[in-house]
Design a protein around this ligand. Structure first.
Ligand SMILES: N[C@@H](CCC(=O)N[C@@H](CS)C(=O)NCC(=O)O)C(=O)O
Length: 207
């Protein structure tokens, strides 16, 4: 059976858990990461020298990096509906997966550390305001995209891109008290809430 190493509170682990739910793929999860078994333990570093969760072990195959893991799971375990093989359809999904892991992830770092983690090193009001403005601007970009598709991030159909963007949307809604009104994003959120995987692993009370 698939092994997933990583605490269920981690946004990056939750990407993998939600993808498994979409694929109806059974797994065994082990608690690793801060607050649980430490990722600098030798047996963890042997699997992931980058010392981060999630890691998956699928038979004799070991993989880390959350967005890479969910692509692999869809490719290996019957997820063509989540990650299409036609080059342009696939590229549209990849574009949003990569954007989430880079530009969007970077945008929330300071506000998340400040407001959610309450990190003493992230309490500069000017930097916090700038971070919130950048994060909101990135969400505005998503608003325009969802206005255009009227459905999901990569187009008409739910895909892996919606797993990572859906979790990111949940984080934004739960972190920033003052957000611009983005109705297409709110409608998208309601659409995602029809999926059991989002209710269990995405909009489940965690940030
Ligand atoms: N780029 C990595 C980032 C993974 C990451 O940041 N994981 C965090 C938890 S969300 C982590 O392992 N932190 C160290 C720890 O919990 O010990 C991915 O997408 O898999």
């Amino acid at each position: 059976m698939l092994r997933i190493l990583g605490k269920a509170t981690s946004i990056n682990v939750r990407k993998v858990l939600w993808t498994c739910a979409e694929l109806q793929l059974p797994y065994q999860r082990e608690d690793w990461g801060s607050g649980f078994q430490p990722t600098d333990a030798p047996q963890f570093l042997a699997l992931n020298p980058n010392a981060m969760v999630p890691v998956v072990v699928d038979g004799d195959f070991v993989l880390w990096e959350s967005n890479t893991i969910i692509r692999y799971l869809a490719n290996q375990h019957g997820g063509a509906h989540l990650y299409p093989s036609a080059p342009r359809a696939r590229a549209a999904v990849d574009q949003w997966l990569d954007w989430q892991a880079t530009d969007l992830n970077d945008a929330w770092r300071y506000p998340f550390m400040s407001l959610v983690r309450q990190s003493p090193a992230h309490q500069d009001p000017a930097l916090l305001a700038a971070g919130c403005a950048t994060w909101n601007a990135r969400m505005q970009l998503l608003e325009q995209r969802l206005e255009a598709t009227g459905a999901y991030v990569a187009g008409n159909d739910f895909s892996l891109a919606d797993v990572v963007i859906g979790l990111s949307l949940n984080r934004w809604r739960r972190t920033l008290a003052q957000r611009p009104e983005l109705p297409a994003l709110e409608a998208y959120h309601t659409r995602l809430r029809q999926r059991p995987g989002f209710l269990e692993h995405g909009d489940n009370g965690l940030v």
